[in-house]
Ligand binder design. Structure first.
Ligand SMILES: Cc1cc2nc3c(=O)[nH]c(=O)nc-3n(C[C@H](O)[C@H](O)[C@H](O)COP(=O)(O)OP(=O)(O)OC[C@H]3O[C@@H](n4cnc5c(N)ncnc54)[C@H](O)[C@@H]3O)c2cc1C
Ligand SMILES: *[C@@H]1O[C@H](CO)[C@@H](O)[C@H](O)[C@H]1NC(C)=O
Ligand SMILES: *[C@@H]1O[C@H](CO)[C@@H](O)[C@H](O)[C@H]1NC(C)=O
Ligand SMILES: *[C@@H]1O[C@H](CO)[C@@H](O)[C@H](O)[C@H]1NC(C)=O
Ligand SMILES: *[C@@H]1O[C@H](CO)[C@@H](O)[C@H](O)[C@H]1NC(C)=O
Length: 521
C-alpha cells in the first residue's frame, strides 16, 4: 500500500473531491455515516450497533482503565485498507463536523487514540489493517505503514538481512504510527538516535483530505511530523526509513544489583559512565523495590565487551557468565518477551493481559547525588510503589541540534527516566494509592531533574502535565505552552506555527494536540 504515493496522489485527491461534492450538506452523525458508507466498503466500517464494534474497539487497548463503561466511545470505527478510505473519512468528518481520532498500535498511555475526555462526537480511524512493510535490502531502506507494529517492522528487516536493523522501541506491539509521531527510542538510540532520526519520507492525509508526501507537504510539515506529536498535523499513512547496519553478533547482559550489594554506589556511578560509553554499548537500568537491574546490549561479541566493561565500569562486576550472544533480531524477543520467546513471537499483536497503569517521565542533566539515591530507594520500597526505567542518552541521539526535529532532548541529557505504576481491576482504591505514589514521587524528584521547562517525553504521555483548553473554536496556544514546552522546549512555538498554517481551524485535535498559532495571536 502507498508504495508509489507520488503518482497516485492526484488521482486519489480528485476521486475524493468528487465524493465531497456529491454529499448533501448536513452537520450530523447520520450524514457522516452516510458519507462514509458511500466511500468505504461496509465491512471496514463499524458503527456502535455493529456486532463486532466492541471487539474492534478493545482490540488494541493496552491500558484497560480506558475500556471501562465510563469511557467516551467513538460514533464509529473505520479500518482503512487504502489511502482513499482515510481521505474519505477526513472529508466526510469535516463536512459533517465529526472529529477523528487515529489509532495505530493503541499504546497511548492516556488512550487518546480511541477516547476523548470531552463528551464529543468522534470517529476512530484504526490503522491496524493498514500495515505492510516493504524492505529494500540493496538500498537499506523500508516503507512501513503506520498500522504495522515495530515487531512486524523488525521481523521484516530480520528476514531480509541479519545485518540490518532499525532504531526504535522495545515493546514489539507498539504501533509505528504513534511511536514515530513522538520520537521512538530503544537499545540502539546511542548508536543511531531515535526512530525519527532515520525517517526519509512519509505519506500523510491532511486536514483537507489531501494525500501528501515529503515533497508535496513541504519541509515545515515534514519537520513537524517527525516527533511533533500525534494527530495534530494529519494522519500519517506510511513512513520511509533508513535501515542501519548491525554486526552479525550482538551481546546481551543483565546484572541485577540489590541495595545490600552496592546498588546505590553503582547507580550513582552509572549516571556518569553510561552516557559517555562508546556508542556500541547501551546499558539501561530498571529500578524496582530494592534492586537496580542493569540491562545491556553491545554491538559486538562478548570477547570485545569484557575488556570494555573492565576498563569503563568495573563497579558493576559484569563477567563472561553474564554474556548472551545472538543476532540482533533474536535480541528483540529476548529483551522484551524473555529468553524462551522466539523471533516469530514478535509478530504476535496480542499483548499479554496488561494491568492498569499510569506513567510519567523526566530528563536528567546532572548526576543525582548518592544521598538522593538512598532516598529514591526508600520511595521504591513504599507500599503501592511502582518502578523507574533509566535510558542513557549521549552519543548519536545527543549529537543533533535541538531544532533538527521537534524531539528536543539532545545535547546535555544524561538519561531519560520513566516512572510507572500498576494496579488491577480489583485493587483497593481503584488505583488511587498507586497514582498518588507516582504524583508524590514525581514531586520529590523535582530538584534533581531538568528545569525551566521540566522536560518530559511525549510518547510517555501524561495528561497531568496539562491539557488543551478550547478558546473560541481552537485549542489555546497559551494554555498549550504549559505541557507543550515540557515535551518540545523551544520547538513548541514552531510546531504551533506549522499547525496554524496546515490546520488553522484545529480540525485534528485532542487533549494534547499542537494548538494553531496564527499571525494575529
Ligand atoms: C508497553 C509499552 C512499551 C513502550 N515502550 C517504548 C519504548 O521502548 N520506547 C519508546 O520510545 N516508547 C515506548 N512506549 C511508548 C510508545 O512509543 C507510545 O505509546 C506510542 O505513542 C505508541 O504508538 P501506538 O501507535 O501504539 O499508539 P496509539 O495509541 O495508536 O497512538 C498514539 C498517539 O499517536 C496518534 N497516532 C497514532 N497513529 C497515528 C498516525 N498514523 N498518524 C497520526 N497520528 C497517529 C494517536 O492518535 C495517539 O495520539 C511504550 C508504550 C507501551 C504501552
Ligand atoms: C485504492 O483506492 C483507489 C481509488 O479508489 C483505487 O484506484 C486503488 O485501486 C485502491 N487500491 C487498492 C490497493 O485497493
Ligand atoms: C560472575 O559474576 C557473578 C555475580 O554476578 C558471580 O556469581 C560469578 O562467580 C562470577 N563469575 C566469574 C567467573 O567471575
Ligand atoms: C500471543 O500472545 C498472547 C498474550 O501473551 C498469548 O495469549 C497468545 O497465545 C499468543 N499467540 C500466539 C499465536 O502465540
Ligand atoms: C466557531 O465556528 C462556528 C461555526 O463553525 C462559527 O459560527 C463561529 O463564529 C466560530 N466562533 C469563533 C469564536 O470563531
Amino acid at each position: 500500500m502507498a508504495s508509489l504515493p507520488r503518482s497516485l496522489a492526484p488521482v486519489l485527491f480528485f476521486a475524493v473531491l468528487s465524493l465531497y461534492a456529491s454529499v448533501p450538506s448536513a452537520a450530523s452523525s447520520d450524514g457522516f455515516l452516510d458519507c462514509l458508507s458511500a466511500a468505504i466498503p461496509k465491512q471496514l466500517l463499524y458503527t456502535q450497533s455493529s456486532p463486532s464494534f466492541t471487539s474492534v474497539l478493545v482490540s488494541s487497548i493496552r491500558n484497560p482503565k480506558f475500556s471501562t463503561p465510563g469511557t467516551v466511545r467513538p460514533l464509529c470505527i473505520v479500518t482503512p485498507t487504502n489511502a482513499s478510505h482515510v481521505q474519505a473519512t477526513v472529508v466526510c468528518g469535516r463536512r459533517h463536523d465529526v472529529r477523528i481520532r487515529v489509532r495505530s498500535g493503541g499504546h497511548d498511555y492516556e488512550g487518546l487514540s480511541y477516547r476523548s475526555e470531552r463528551p464529543e462526537v468522534f470517529a476512530v480511524v484504526d490503522m491496524a489493517d493498514f500495515r505492510s512493510v516493504r524492505v529494500d535490502k540493496a538500498a537499506a531502506t523500508a516503507w512501513v505503514d503506520s498500522g504495522a507494529t515495530i515487531g512486524e517492522l523488525y521481523y521484516a528487516i530480520g528476514k531480509a538481512s541479519k545485518q540490518l536493523a532499525f532504531s526504535a522501541g522495545l515493546c514489539p506491539t507498539i504501533g509505528v504510527g504513534g511511536h514515530f509521531s513522538g520520537g521512538g527510542f530503544g537499545m540502539l538510540l546511542r548508536k543511531y538516535g531515535a526512530a525519527i532520526d532515520s525517517v526519509l519520507d512519509a505519506t500523510l492525509v491532511d486536514a483537507n483530505g489531501r494525500l501528501l508526501d515529503r515533497d508535496s507537504m513541504g519541509s515545515d510539515l515534514f519537520w513537524a511530523i517527525r516527533g511533533g506529536g500525534s494527530l495534530s498535523f494529519g494522519i500519517v499513512l506510511s513512513w520511509k526509513v533508513k535501515l542501519v547496519p548491525v554486526p552479525a553478533t550482538v551481546t546481551m547482559f543483565s546484572v541485577p544489583k540489590p541495595v545490600d550489594q552496592g546498588a546505590v554506589d553503582i547507580l550513582t556511578r552509572w549516571q556518569d559512565v553510561a552516557p559517555a560509553l562508546p556508542e556500541d554499548l547501551f546499558i539501561r537500568v530498571l529500578v524496582q523495590k530494592e534492586v537496580a537491574n542493569f540491562q545491556s546490549m553491545f554491538l559486538g561479541t562478548c570477547d570485545a565487551l569484557l575488556p570494555l566493561m573492565r576498563s569503563r565500569f568495573p563497579e558493576l562486576g559484569m563477567n563472561r557468565s553474564h554474556c548472551k550472544e545472538m543476532t540482533w533480531i533474536q535480541s528483540v524477543p529476548y529483551i522484551y518477551l524473555g529468553s524462551s520467546a522466539t523471533v516469530e513471537d514478535i509478530l504476535n499483536r496480542t499483548a499479554s493481559t496488561s494491568s492498569f497503569n499510569k506513567a510519567t517521565s523526566d530528563y536528567v542533566l546532572q548526576a543525582i547525588p548518592k544521598d538522593a539515591w538512598t532516598k529514591i530507594f526508600a520511595w521504591l520500597a513504599m507500599p503501592n510503589a511502582g518502578l523507574m526505567i533509566l535510558d542513557p542518552y549521549g552519543a548519536k541521539i545527543s549529537s543533533f541540534p535541538e531544532w533538527v526535529t521537534p524531539f528536543p532532548h539532545r545535547d546535555g541529557v544524561l538519561y531519560n527516566i520513566q516512572y510507572m505504576n500498576f494496579w488491577s481491576a480489583t485493587t483497593n482504591g481503584g488505583g488511587s494509592n498507586q497514582a498518588r505514589w507516582l504524583k508524590d514521587f514525581y514531586a520529590f524528584m523535582e530538584p534533581y531533574v531538568s528545569k525551566n521547562p521540566r522536560q518530559a517525553y511525549v510518547n510517555y504521555r501524561d495528561l497531568d502535565l496539562g491539557k488543551n483548553v478550547i478558546v473560541g473554536n481552537v485549542s489555546s496556544y497559551q494554555a498549550g505552552m504549559v505541557w507543550g514546552e515540557k515535551y518540545y522546549k523551544g520547538n513548541f512555538k514552531r510546531l504551533a506555527m506549522v499547525k496554524g498554517t496546515v490546520d488553522p481551524e484545529d480540525y485534528f485535535r485532542n487533549e494534547q494536540s499542537i494548538p494553531p498559532l496564527v499571525a494575529s495571536q
